[in-house]
Ligand binder design. Sequence first.
Ligand code: FES
Ligand code: FES
Length: 630
Amino acid sequence: MADLTLEATVNGRRVVRQAKPSQRALDFLRDDLHMTGTKEGCGAGECGTCSIFVDGVLVKSCLLPVAKIAGRKVDTIEGLSASGEMSAVQKAFHKSGASQCGYCIPGMVMAATAALRLNPDADREEIKERLGGNICRCTGYQKIFDAVEMARDFLNGKLSEVAFDELDADDGKYIGVNVRRIDAPSKVTGALRYAGDMVLPNMLHVQVLRSPHPHARIISIDVTDAAAIPGVEGIVTAADVPGQDGFGVFVSDQPVMARDKVRYVGEPVVAVAAEDLAAARRAIAKIRVEYEMLPAVFDPDEAMIEGAPVVHDYAPGNLVKHIPIRKGNVEEGFARSDIIVEQTYETQQVEHAYLETEAGLAYVDHDGVVTVHSPSQNITHHRHMLSRILNLPINKVRMIMSPVGGGFGGKEDMIYQGMLALLTMKTRRPVRLVFTREESIATTAKRHPSRTSYKMGLTRDGVILASQIRIVYDGGAYGMSTEGVIRKGAILGGGPYNIPNFQIDTYGVYTNNTPSGAFRSFGSLQSQFATESHLDICAERLGMDPFELRLKNAMRKGDQTHTKQPLNSSSMSDVLEAARTASRWENGVPNMRGATRSDLGGDGTRPSCTLVPREVIDPAADLSNRKGAA
Ligand code: FES
Ligand code: FES
């Protein structure tokens, strides 16, 4: 289809350009006008990072065909501070600390500006409603709402410009006082460039062919037709890796692209660099890969059974790592217990959902140094792995950490940087890869799913005498951070409770699922979920208040942790008491209060979703049935 001659007024200036009819307004602004303050978070109208004004109306530019802005007046985040001075809304966001990673913030500022234009007196509830089309993954919305209220009050004359000034800290003290983030202006104005915003002259665009199978042997890869597509400049597979092809935080088991076989759906197999994305996509569609299907395993417990499909030849039992911790003698502890409670807990895979998808830009610089910009949370480690993979001395590899548009641990593991390095070495041109939201969700590491078997022995009055815990973590197809995750799960698995007889075994297991990786709390969330759920169940069985049970067993100064570290101090009891007071906790057994509880209403609380009483267990009857499973 022929290009359009597009004329529009963008941020007050007349713009005339040729545009492709297939472009979205978002692409036109970012790629043709280099206005990269407008971000792409989802490409599907869900997140609001791409918000712009068209004839004064707030719209999501990822849903807008470029032809729809022809003849219109378009305003982007860059237009709000075109004079060099930030708008009141931008100043208020800066002052309020309403930006962390900043990726959502240009869209938030646009939505906030729209809200106050539509109703200069909007109250907090209306502001929330009007910002409902914008998602933030890391700031937490309160500071954003604070900022909009501050801007509203300034614009209505209730606050003076002084409200935006730097507070305090002129005496050189920065702890315990409000200081403003030095990187906030670039975030609230959209000036900050994330990896996907970066452009270099002569840059190529990268697309990746991924495995449609969870477990299959690669018989052949034919890129002949793809290489013939006009605009294709480079194609790489595992055969192009010059060094030791393996990366991972604890075990280097993951090739840059699938080597000999694929181990999960979405594993990269071939990467293509082309003059534009369309050519790279056409080339991907022309690549032919012949596979031989292999049996796959998706449950980590099944993967540990003898005879299960083997994911990696070096680990015939599919074990990434087993971490055991022992203290005292659990059998003796159980023998002295009045009650034994057993239960199984499961947690699921969780997506990080950072608003900036994975992205990177690579080039070989004038000194022959392979340079990769990416939002990596562990660049030193990535640099060392790349040097080994590329068979280059470390001083010929450079990693530059671009601004991280949300990470939560998900950008700690190296994923695509090797493909970028190989393609720039092969083409000798800069290359850039930006994951689509679908690609990010379907193919990158998630929080480890887990299954925990818990056995706890307690006295009649609630003293824990023994805990025996087994946690199986699904590591997915590659090791990545699994060893560290299950180590943390083991160390923190028993919770902050003084347990004389303690045994925990955590297992990281290979399966043909999407790899699991680092995620906030690094394995301890799974074990803490099991421990705290188990204590609530034990409290029910004992007929005790759950706070009382925890206070009775809280670690105190002089106690030993499960790894036998003596504690020189412990504030656990103070924390529990403070939480009990602050929550206006009403003592009682968890399952016996239900809708009559008085501590679930009033200021600062919201109704619990567990208000409906469950079946009431008679504690006396339960104890008479001592040592039965819960
Ligand atoms: S709503 Fe447009 S990128 Fe998310
Ligand atoms: S600051 Fe909102 S997504 Fe990071």
